[in-house]
Design a protein around this ligand. Structure first.
Ligand code: MG
Ligand code: ZN
Length: 170
């Protein structure tokens, strides 16, 4: 069994912009590479779990999403970080009906756990929305971090609310 660092994408890996799918709009958040390096050194595998309802809404295609993911994973690699897999939920309940993968549901984390034999209890999730935290809790994680750069979120089920990514490991 292996521990995982689960990362939400928009708002954790890259600066949140509505329905982002173009490489030129993708800006990495400060501290994301150091965070990944730290946990990678400790033996955690790194997995991205992202809701992408823009696909259901037809704002961009699955192919657009995959193209951006391939580029993003290469950028991580340049920083000596291996992203094991990018799981995404292309659905939206109003358009494609309820699904088990859209956070706060734990489907993506459970799929990852089955695929890579992950010890969920001892894994970590970092998200910028409460639904990321809930997905972690629903999957049985004990350690969850809510990243809120603006310091405006007052309460959360998260282990800790952080305003800088390095607060998790420093
Ligand atoms: Mg997000
Ligand atoms: Zn889904």
């Amino acid at each position: 069994m292996v521990k995982a660092l689960f990362l939400d994408r928009d708002g954790v890996v890259n600066i949140e912009k509505d329905y982002l799918y173009e490489i030129e709009d993708f800006e990495f958040i400060e501290g994301i590479f150091s965070l990944c390096n730290y946990y990678q050194e400790l033996g955690y595998i790194i997995i991205i779990v992202t809701n992408q309802s823009g696909i259901a809404r037809k704002y961009y295609s699955e192919e657009d999403f995959n193209k951006l993911s391939t580029w993003m994973v290469t950028e991580f690699k340049k920083n000596n970080i291996e992203i094991k897999k990018v799981y995404f939920c292309p659905h939206h309940p109003d358009i494609s009906g309820e699904c088990f993968c859209r956070k706060p549901n734990p489907g993506m984390l459970l799929d990852a756990s089955a695929e890579f034999d992950i010890d969920l209890k001892n894994s970590i999730i970092v998200g910028d929305k409460e639904r990321d935290i809930e997905a972690g809790i629903n999957a049985g994680l004990n350690e969850t971090y809510l990243y809120d750069e603006t310091n405006s979120i007052k309460s959360s089920k998260a282990t800790k609310i952080i305003s800088k990514l390095d607060e998790i490991w420093k």
